[in-house]
Design a protein around this ligand. Structure first.
Ligand code: SDX
Length: 386
């Protein structure tokens, strides 16, 4: 069947906008109402009552764990936290590597060192997902210390996922508020339907490739500034704006030049991203603690003016807008923001690829061909030009 734009067989949607690529029970987004639900629980409820370890279980298994189930998962994650096999490579990486490149490379290396690399059973696939979820905080924290000339810190298994990450990053146990906020960051970023990085991971697993290749694909996709890479750029934007008074002129110029304002807009949300609402509260709380730090005030003014200028077009704050301010207040380096997104989203990627494999179908879309037809082959000596 020849494919042409006129063919009524074609449902061409650039960027697959509005196309349904899978059926999933993992998370639901109502873009008009600004609603996000994981396995039937609202994100507000989970942020208030749950923790990241529970969310990992919920996303992977479809229900909240009993105490023994949570204990078993938590122990498994603690067992998998160390990264001996990866450390020589991580130490060999250049000190100016972007931490997202380190994360992508380290997960790819996990596919080489994994003791069960040739076992493709369902049970071992789940274990491989948990290995990545468990090791990502150690990989990010270890590289961040190595590039500063510091020794990596061994995981402390008396600490939960979020506490241990901050401990391995900073060399000291976090205060209660920082640990709680990091846990909430992990909860809020854990899953989000058919986003680009999840879809990328699913396309890879649909060829029956391995878990590590699939999650490596997800990491590479998340890195982009239109996706998970926006949080890092929000901070750079706020610092460039420098003052509340400069918000309007800066934004007027940027919008005039049709530049995308990082942390705003979304393919699905036409309302305020519910995750941003939750993060704004913590960004304000942390900002108040740091006298003289204007980031939150500048951010709030950016939000106010953007809503005035383009809010009616459905361009509202997304998860990346306040997450950068929160992470900055936790003393985390800006280029570690997106790796933190990856640490959390590894559970969502893992859940979707395992769910999709339950009734796998190779992703293989079509393209409308707009190239030439019936070309005559001309020997090189008879071709025009030098
Ligand atoms: C994440 O998909 C997910 O679920 C992702 C995510 C997740 O949890 O996985 O939610 C995480 O990636 C959040 C998004 C982070 N990215 C950014 O903050 C980057 C800035 N945002 C934009 O690049 C943009 O909003 C996208 C990429 C997020 C969505 O873009 P779309 O759906 O492709 O929309 P578009 O670029 O076609 O824009 C439609 C219109 C355009 O104007 P017109 O040409 O119609 O006049 O809206 C304008 C755009 O110029 N627009 C913006 C804008 N976003 C859209 N204008 C200024 N600033 C923006 N941020």
């Amino acid at each position: 069947m020849s494919i042409s734009p006129e063919s009524d067989e074609i449902k061409y949607a650039k960027g697959l906008e509005g196309v349904i690529a899978a059926i999933s029970g993992i998370s639901f987004i109502d873009g008009d109402q600004g609603i996000l639900v994981y396995r039937g629980f609202s994100i507000e409820t989970l942020a208030k009552h749950s923790n990241y370890e529970e969310i990992v279980y919920l996303l992977l298994h479809g229900e909240l764990p009993t105490r023994p189930e949570l204990e078993e998962l938590t122990n498994k994650l603690k067992e998998y936290r160390t990264c001996e096999a990866l450390m020589p490579s991580i130490r060999s990486f250049p000190k100016d590597a972007h931490p997202m490149d380190v994360v992508r490379s380290a997960v790819s290396l996990m596919g080489i060192y994994c003791p069960d690399k040739f076992d493709f059973s369902k049970e071992i696939k789940m274990q491989k997902v948990l290995r990545v979820v468990a090791k990502l905080p150690s990989i990010v924290a270890s590289y961040d210390r190595i590039r500063k000339g510091l020794e990596p810190i061994e995981p402390d298994n008396s600490l939960n996922h979020a506490e241990n990450f901050l401990y391995m990053l900073n060399g000291e146990k976090p205060d209660e508020l920082s640990a709680k906020i990091m846990d909430i960051m992990f909860i809020l970023h854990a899953d989000h339907g058919m986003n680009a990085s999840t879809f990328s991971a699913m396309v890879t697993i649909s060829t029956l490739s391995d878990v590590y290749s699939s999650l490596t694909a997800g990491i590479g996709t998340l890195k982009g500034p239109l996706h998970g890479g926006a949080n890092e750029r929000v901070l750079k934007m706020l610092r460039e704006i420098k003052s509340v008074d400069n918000v309007k002129p800066w934004l007027d110029e940027a919008l005039e030049e049709r530049r995308k304002i990082m942390g705003f807009g979304h393919r699905v949300y036409r309302a305020y991203d519910p995750r941003a609402k939750i993060l704004k509260k913590y960004a304000k709380q942390l900002g108040e603690q740091k006298q003289g730090d204007l980031l939150f005030e500048i951010g709030e003014k950016v939000e106010e003016y953007m809503l005035e200028k383009v809010g009616a077009k459905g361009i509202q704050p997304n998860v990346d807008f306040y997450s950068g301010i929160v992470l900055n207040h936790l003393g985390i380096a800006t280029d570690v923001f997106t790796p933190i997104f990856a640490i959390s989203r590894s559970a969502g990627w893992g859940s979707h690829i395992l769910e999709y494999l339950e009734s796998n179908r190779l992703f293989r879309p079509r393209a409308i061909y707009n190239g030439p037809y019936h070309q005559e082959y001309i020997e090189i000596e008879n071709r025009e030009g030098e």
